[in-house]
Design a protein around this ligand. Structure first.
Ligand SMILES: [Zn+2]
Length: 238
């Protein structure tokens, strides 16, 4: 009965592969088998040093001793590849089911890595409230919710605040991106939960400027001992 109902639904609302647009078979979810097997996974989660982590750590002011930030993404984001549609589906097309599905995959990769076993706080990168209000949701929160669940860690949805609007990062140079978001984040005045290893979560890692600005706001409050790592659905480059 359930199968025939979903078969009927497929006729009315055909489900298609997020990446290639081909109709999905009944057992396929969001990606066809071919696109799923070709998903360009980064496999960064088990590696303490990887290209994304090295790029991110290079952005952080090494003023005092602080633990190396781990970093992982589920897949490589390339402008000329159909896989960028996975993050676009969540960010622009309100495809929450697909967003949650890939966020769960990211969560599973992190949960399988000993590096993230001690994560005790998951923090999504916030949108400015005007953008959040217009879009109706924060795509980073959708990812953070599944990651927190996979790691059995609490999520601090409102810990960080975007205190000023920033221009869209898409068309800016690397230096302009850093200047654009520098000082754009702050902690709310509410008491911040204690933590030893914080995981900052966003949808896409581009230059790391936004995550580094969030990192700075958290570091200011939590001091040099706390590890602040990052995880995203997709990572640009490499
Ligand atoms: Zn496909």
């Amino acid at each position: 009965m359930k199968t025939s109902l979903s078969a009927l639904l497929d006729l009315v609302l055909p489900r298609v592969c997020v990446v290639c647009g081909r109709p999905l078979l009944p057992r396929e979810r969001h990606l066809c088998t071919e696109c799923l097997s070709d998903l360009p996974e980064t496999r960064y989660a088990p590696l303490d040093h990887n290209p994304m982590a090295d790029r991110f750590n290079a952005r952080i002011d090494p003023e005092e001793y602080e633990p190396y930030a781990y970093a992982a993404a589920l897949f490589h984001y390339r402008a000329d590849s159909g896989y960028k549609k996975i993050s676009q589906a969540l960010k622009y097309h309100r495809d929450f089911a697909a967003g949650r599905c890939f966020a769960r995959m990211l969560g599973a990769r992190l949960a399988a890595s000993p590096l993230y076993a001690d994560v005790d706080l998951v923090v999504p990168v916030p949108l400015h409230w005007t953008r959040h209000w217009r879009r109706g949701y924060n795509q980073a929160s959708v990812v953070a919710r599944e990651v927190a669940r996979a790691l059995s860690a609490p999520r601090a949805e409102r810990l960080l605040r975007r205190c000023r609007r920033t221009r869209s990062q898409t068309r800016l140079s690397v230096a302009a991106k850093a200047a654009n978001v520098s000082g754009a984040f702050a902690l709310r005045r509410d008491p911040a939960p204690p933590a030893r290893h914080i995981l900052l979560v966003d949808d896409v890692f581009t230059t790391g400027a936004t995550l580094a600005a969030c990192h700075k706001a958290l570091r200011r409050h939590y001091g040099p001992q706390v590890r602040i790592s990052v995880a995203t659905l997709a990572a640009v480059g490499e």
